[in-house]
Design a protein around this ligand. Structure first.
Ligand code: UD1
Length: 343
């Protein structure tokens, strides 16, 4: 049976992608995770939602020997979707070497294994942070990459370059690089979502925790040159991001790509301000959110949103859920968390 390896499958985007793969394909799915920023119970939630079986391996991808030993038992690996990485922007600013070491060593080990075993289809999680402070919005895949604002973003820029140099060295190897904008929300069932192991840094989990009385939301700056003074982002539902991975994988496996490496933006194409996101949360969930306006956060870009035409036309992908769906599902998930769903 044809096998797909998903690294970081217990993580936020990884677990939603497991769900889409299990529901939409017949591959044997193997998830690798070391639970450094995820929870084993996520697998139980994926099984419950899909009622499907998949395999799991607990492994640090930086350990090449362990990786080789674990994967050698699979005879027909046809693709790898590589999510596993550290992703906390402020932490990456204070601990850059932790980010370079983990995010790049794991990628190199995986590519090396692909070369050894003739695994030819590779999908890499990249990020809109590779664009830095772009001169022109929306950004297309051709927009020049500016200086990375954090070592996290830099690991994504370097990761892309590693793939670009590696791919031509292996004749049948092809890769797709997916640049995510701001993935938010939870599975529409409310049974799986983002699970910050420590204090979250991202807006939506902070909003839902604040609504639960577990956090205090500060809006980082309202004096930017934007519609209401707050930063603009392109929030995209995590299940839409997951769906794009299935489409990208099939596209690669069916050999539709003539390029060695293709890059796609995954965003809705709509810029939403922090205050607009808060208003959507309040409206959809019939709640009033207490928040304060604070200083600008160092490292924040003012505005970024995607031109997503390439993914639409080539991958035949279309984001289906809007900011209201994102806020509704995120709150549903938080309420389940509040009930102790993961304990
Ligand atoms: C960044 C990266 C993204 C990466 C993600 C991982 C950019 C452009 N994007 O997202 O690629 O995947 O980190 O963590 O670098 N905000 C508040 N109060 C809060 C938290 C956030 O006002 O308590 C605001 C931020 O200032 C920002 C927006 O909410 O304007 C979104 O912030 P966040 O969710 O942290 O994501 P990014 O920093 O945009």
């Amino acid at each position: 049976m044809k096998t797909i390896i998903v690294t970081g499958g217990a993580g936020y985007i990884g677990s939603h992608t497991l769900i889409e793969l299990l529901e939409k394909t017949d591959f044997n799915i193997v998830s690798i995770d070391n639970f450094s920023n995820s929870d084993k119970n996520t697998y139980t939630r994926v099984s419950k939602i899909t009622n499907k079986l998949f395999e799991t391996i607990e492994l640090d991808l930086c350990d090449k020997n362990a990786l080789t030993k674990a994967l050698n038992k699979y005879e027909s690996i046809v693709g790898v979707i590589h999510f596993a990485a550290f992703k906390t922007v402020p932490e990456s600013v204070s601990l850059p070497l932790k980010y370079y070491n983990n995010n790049l060593t794991s990628l190199i080990n995986l590519l090396d294994y692909c070369k050894e075993k003739n695994i030819n289809n590779f999908i890499f999680s990249s990020s809109c942070s590779v664009y830095g402070n772009a001169d022109k919005l929306p950004v297309t895949e051709e927009t020049p990459l500016k200086k990375a604002e954090s070592s996290y973003a830099h690991t994504k820029q370097i990761g892309e370059e590693i793939i670009n140099y590696f791919a031509p060295s292996v004749s049948s190897f092809k890769a797709i690089i997916l640049r995510y904008f701001n993935p938010v929300g939870a599975h529409i069932s409310g049974e799986n979502g983002e699970l910050p192991i420590s204090k979250p840094n991202n807006l939506v989990p902070i909003i839902t925790q604040t609504a639960s009385g577990k956090n205090n939301l500060t809006v980082f700056g309202n004096d930017y040159d934007t519609v209401d003074g707050t930063c603009i982002r392109d929030y995209i539902h995590v299940s839409d991001i997951a769906d794009a991975h299935v489409k990208a994988l099939i596209y690669l496996i069916e050999s539709k790509s003539s390029e060695k490496v293709s890059v796609f933006n995954l965003g809705t194409g709509t810029g939403v301000s922090v205050l607009q996101a808060i208003k959507s949360f309040e409206k959809m969930n019939n709640l009033t959110l207490n928040y304060t306006i604070g200083d600008r956060r160092p490292g924040d870009v003012i505005a970024v949103y995607a031109n997503n035409e390439k993914a639409k036309s080539i991958l035949k992908w279309e984001p289906k859920l809007n900011i209201d769906d994102m806020m509704l599902s995120a709150w549903k998930w938080q309420q389940n968390l509040n009930k102790g769903l993961t304990n």
